[in-house]
Design a binder for this molecule. Structure first.
Ligand code: SAM
Length: 249
């Protein structure tokens, strides 16, 4: 059950589908992680954009790696304050669509403000959680830009990849542990990541739960090995119809 209220744009569009069953313990753990994350972003949201200037070129590279074409529908997973929206809107053009969601009311409020100011008619934003987010029609591409908690949640990945058409392109950028001798700096990487995430572990190969579900996997290190940009494609079996028009809310 979704514990967060849908956005205005969402009303009448969110469609419940059959989620894979999760054990009560898993669900409790995920709720706890989400709660920690929401609390962190409550405090962080106001100055979030200022902390992102150094990784701007990584954002540009990740969006470029999606290979978007005019008319595409792209999903900005955990869109935060909406910093990627302008790049995505530009890439899909006026005939394309950009959908985005985030569970943090503080972060999404800024994304909505950005949308209101830009007036993009083809962008829709939702206050929602990755584990339960749904769309009425499939997406051609998904962007995971610094969304570590979501990448570590198997149920979130299952749900999000089910929203993609077969062959949809996925681009992921994020933080990871340094390899080799620079590994002495990894306690600092851990603390840096801790400030942003509810589940800060899994920094050696943060992508391993999504890479196992994608084809055409490619990965390049960034920032001397403290970051990565990866791409893949959603295989056909991951595409499952989630749309149940009889129970739309
Ligand atoms: C580091 S921020 C990245 C935001 C944005 N993608 C960007 O590149 O600026 C991570 C975002 O993921 C969101 N998030 C974390 N777990 C989530 C979940 N389970 N469902 C939805 N959003 C989530 C957080 O609220 C936060 O806004």
């Amino acid at each position: 059950m979704n514990t967060l209220e849908p956005s205005d744009a969402c009303a009448g569009v969110r469609l419940p589908g059959a989620l894979a069953p999760r054990s009560a313990a898993t669900q409790r753990r995920e709720e706890q992680i989400r709660g920690v994350s929401i609390g962190k972003y409550e405090k962080r949201a106001a100055r979030y954009d200022r902390t992102c200037s150094r990784t701007w070129t990584i954002r540009e590279r990740a969006v470029e790696a999606l290979g978007l074409r005019p008319g595409d529908h792209v999903l900005d997973v955990g869109c935060g304050t909406g910093l990627s929206l302008a790049l995505l809107v530009q890439a899909v053009g006026p005939t394309g669509r950009v959908s985005g969601f985030d569970q943090s009311p503080a972060m999404l409020a800024q994304a909505r403000e950005r949308l209101a100011q830009a007036g993009w008619p083809n962008v829709q934003l939702w206050l929602d959680i990755a584990q339960e987010f749904r769309l009425p029609d499939p997406v051609d591409a998904l962007l995971f830009h610094y969304t570590h908690d979501i990448l570590r949640s198997p149920s979130a990945l299952e749900q999000l990849l089910s929203l993609a058409r077969p062959g949809a392109r996925v681009a992921i950028a994020g933080i990871k542990y340094f390899p080799g001798l620079l590994g002495v700096l990894n306690p600092w990487v851990y603390l840096k990541n801790l400030g942003y995430n509810g589940a800060p572990a899994g920094l050696r190969t943060p992508w391993d739960r999504i890479s196992a579900r994608l084809t055409d996997w490619q990965l390049a290190e960034t920032q001397w090995g403290m970051g990565y940009i990866a791409t893949g494609r959603v295989p056909a079996p991951a595409h499952r119809a989630r749309v149940d028009t009889s129970t739309g809310t």
